[in-house]
Design a protein around this ligand. Structure first.
Ligand SMILES: C[S@@+](CC[C@H](N)C(=O)[O-])C[C@H]1O[C@@H](n2cnc3c(N)ncnc32)[C@H](O)[C@@H]1O
Length: 348
C-alpha cells in the first residue's frame, strides 16, 4: 500500500501582498528577500520576471567560494523564492499564460483552491515534461517515465557497469530485490536478465507509483512487485540477489527527494543488517556505488568497506570503471578522478 504521495506543500491561507505586471520586479524581489510573502495575480510571465529579478538581487556567491558560503547563498535563494506564490484553482494555475500542470489533479485531489510556491509550479512543469517525454536508457533499450518526485538517472556509467556485472553473473535467476528502486531501472534490468521474480522497494511513495506505472506500460508486464518500505523492513522470504544503488554521499536530508542523493544516520548499517537476514544461503548483495565519497568526503569513511571490516560479509569482487568527464562550457573535457563501482558481497 502506498501512503500519501509526496507533493509541494500547498498554502491554504491565500494571503500575501499581490504582485502583477504593474509592480516593480526589483521591488518585489527585495521584499521576497526581506521575508515578505507575495502572490502573483495576473500572469505566469509576471512570476518569471520577479523570479529573475530575485536572482539578480541575491546574486551569485563569488567564484571559488567555500562550501558554507555557497550553502548560505543556496539557502537564501530557496527561502526567498519559496515566498512567491501563484494561485491554483480547479487543479490549474489560475494565471494567464500558465502551462497546464498535469500532476496537480493527482497530487491534490482533495483541494480545489490553494496557493503554491511558483518555484514548485516550475518543478511540477519540468517533472511533467520528463514524465511525458520519458528518459531513454540504452541499458534498457527503451524510455522510462519517472513520476513526479522520483529519482531518474541522468548519467549512465554506473548502470552500464551494473549491466556488465549482471551479464557475467552465473548465479540462480530466482528471486531478486531492488532496494531503493527509484524509477525502477535496476528492477527492469534484473527482469531483462531473466530473474523470475523481482521485488522493487522504495521509501518514497512517488517512486512506488512510478514503478507501478512503468509495469503497466509493458505487455507482457515484467515480473516486478512493488512495496513501499524503509529498506527491507517488513519484507519476507529470501533473495538470491539483493541489489541497492544507495545515495553516494553523506548529507542532510531535508526533503524526501534528498534521500535519493544523500544518506544520513545509520542507513548502511540498517541495510546490511536487514540484507543479512533476507539473503539466500548462496545469495549475493550487490551495491552500485562510486568513489565520490572518498574524493569529496574523505572523513566520512567508506560505508561498504566499514561493513566488510565487521566480518559479516566477504567481498566476492568489485568492478570499477572510470567516469567520462563532462564538457566545460567551452567544449573542453573536464578531468575527473571519479569511478563507479559494483560491489558483490556474499555471506562470510
Ligand atoms: C540513488 S537513488 C537510486 C534509484 C534507482 N535504484 C536507480 O539506480 O536509478 C536511491 C533511491 O533509494 C531510495 N531510498 C533512500 N533511502 C531509502 C530507504 N531508507 N528505504 C528505501 N529506499 C530508500 C530513494 O528514494 C531513491 O529512490
Amino acid at each position: 500500500m502506498v501512503t500519501t504521495l509526496y507533493r509541494p506543500e500547498p498554502s491554504l491561507v491565500r494571503e500575501g501582498e499581490p504582485v502583477d505586471r504593474g509592480s516593480s520586479p526589483r521591488r518585489a524581489a527585495l521584499r521576497l528577500r526581506d521575508g515578505d510573502t507575495l502572490f502573483v495575480t495576473d500572469a505566469w510571465h509576471t512570476a518569471l520576471v520577479v523570479l529573475r529579478a530575485l536572482r539578480e538581487v541575491l546574486g551569485e556567491p563569488p567564484r571559488g567560494a567555500d562550501f558554507p558560503t555557497r550553502n548560505a547563498a543556496r539557502r537564501a535563494w530557496l527561502d526567498a523564492s519559496a515566498r512567491l506564490f501563484v494561485p491554483v484553482v480547479d487543479h490549474q494555475v489560475a494565471l494567464s499564460g500558465a502551462p497546464h500542470l498535469h500532476f496537480l489533479a493527482e497530487l491534490y485531489p482533495e483541494l480545489d483552491r490553494f496557493g503554491l510556491p511558483f518555484v514548485a509550479s516550475l518543478d511540477l512543469f519540468n517533472a511533467w515534461k520528463k514524465y511525458a517525454d520519458g528518459v531513454h536508457l540504452a541499458v534498457l533499450g527503451h524510455r522510462i517515465h519517472p513520476f513526479y518526485g522520483t529519482y531518474a538517472p541522468t548519467r549512465t556509467s554506473h548502470l552500464e557497469l551494473f549491466g556488465t556485472w549482471l551479464a557475467q553473473d552465473s548465479g540462480p535467476r530466482g528471486r531478486a530485490v531492488d532496494v531503493g528502486t527509484g524509477s525502477g531501472v535496476l528492477a527492469l534490468m534484473l527482469c531483462r536478465a531473466g530473474f523470475a521474480e523481482v521485488l522493487a522497494t522504495d521509501i518514497s511513495p512517488n517512486a512506488v507509483r512510478s514503478v507501478e506505472r512503468e509495469i503497466a506500460r509493458h505487455d507482457p508486464p515484467p515480473p516486478i512487485t512493488t512495496r513501499q518500505a524503509d529498506l527491507l523492513q517488513g519484507v519476507e522470504g529470501l533473495f538470491d540477489r539483493i541489489v541497492f544503488n544507495p545515495p553516494w554521499v553523506q548529507g542532510v536530508v531535508e526533503s524526501p527527494l534528498d534521500r535519493a542523493l544523500v544518506f544520513d544516520g545509520d542507513l548502511f548499517e540498517r541495510f546490511f543488517e536487514q540484507a543479512l537476514a533476507r539473503l539466500a544461503p548462496d545469495g549475493r548483495v550487490v551495491l552500485v556505488f562510486s568513489n565520490v565519497i572518498e574524493l569529496v568526503q574523505p572523513d566520512v569513511g567508506h560505508p561498504i568497506a566499514a561493513e566488510l571490516a565487521r566480518g559479516r560479509f566477504r567481498e566476492v569482487q568489485v568492478l570499477r570503471r572510470r567516469v567520462q568527464g563532462t564538457l566545460t562550457p567551452d567544449g573542453k573535457k573536464r578531468r575527473t578522478r571519479e569511478k563507479v563501482e559494483v560491489w558483490e558481497l556474499a555471506r562470510a
